[in-house]
Design a protein around this ligand. Structure first.
Ligand SMILES: *Cc1c(COP(=O)(O)O)cnc(C)c1O
Length: 244
């Protein structure tokens, strides 16, 4: 289990160095350990090593993993969410990074009112225009923000999230991250609201993301190694991790 500690500490150091390089405080950046595809045994080791916040991209996978994991672990949904999982999602996650439509927001809002759960929500923005990506185009974001400000009672919008296109050169991600930050600044002044969270940066590009203002970096591979390949998430994870 101690194998986890050196990568964790070196990632924290790299985050801190990137933060200082850009005149920011290391504490302003939160590491979300992306545990998707890994079993609860990996989460347990990660908690023992000091990690506290975990990112999952599938509601069903989180639903079996969370009860098997230490109760001090906190969970955030970073992957695409379908409306039929909204009710489960508001109960499982403290933050949902992937709100990208009026319909999804309305369903989450209703689920929050009914269940009493109050996750923070971020809007997922497809700043690169890549067709394979989920998320709103930047042009569509203001209308959804307006809708949320009018209709949101239970849920509060606190940030934006994006994924840069896959590219082995981290510098190529910089303009996408800068664009998300500029959009955030524009929304804050247009609507007079605070959007303190910028969820951006993964294993390949988190230092650049921190330099561009990321407050939430979502890191999986650099902490836990390559992910096991899965076709049927729940079954295959249970088998490969040997926990059930
Ligand atoms: C899997 C995933 C990550 C983590 O990716 P790594 O490259 O393994 O760090 C981050 N964000 C989202 C939305 C993901 O689905």
């Amino acid at each position: 289990m101690n194998d986890l500690i050196p990568p964790y500490e070196s990632i924290l150091e790299r985050i801190a160095t990137a933060a200082k390089r850009s005149g920011r405080h290391p504490d302003d950046v939160t590491l979300i350990a992306v545990s998707k595809t890994h079993g609860a045994d990996v989460v347990r080791d990660a908690v023992a090593a000091g990690m506290t916040i975990f990112g999952e991209n599938k509601v069903q996978e989180a639903a079996w993993k969370i009860p098997l994991s230490p109760s001090c672990a906190r969970w955030q949904l970073i992957g695409h969410l379908q409306t039929n999982k909204a009710r489960q999602a508001v109960r499982l996650f403290e933050t949902i990074h992937s709100v990208d439509s009026v319909k999804l927001f309305d369903t989450l809002e209703q689920a929050a009112r009914q269940t009493g759960a109050r996750p923070e929500i971020y809007l997922e923005v497809n700043v690169s225009g890549e067709l394979t990506k989920f998320g709103l185009t930047p042009e569509k974001v203001p209308a959804l923000v307006e809708h949320i400000l009018e209709q949101g009672q239970a849920l509060t919008l606190t940030g934006l999230m994006t994924m840069a296109p896959f590219d082995p050169e981290p510098e190529h991600a910089r303009p996408h991250f800068a664009k998300l930050r500029a959009l955030r600044d524009q929304l804050e002044s247009q609507f007079g609201i605070a959007l303190p969270h910028l969820s951006m940066g993964m294993t390949g590009d988190f230092e650049v993301a921190v330099e561009e203002g990321a407050t939430d970096v979502r890191i999986g591979t650099a902490l836990f190694g390559a992910r096991p390949k899965m076709t049927r998430p729940t079954l295959d994870v249970d088998t490969t991790s040997g926990i059930l």
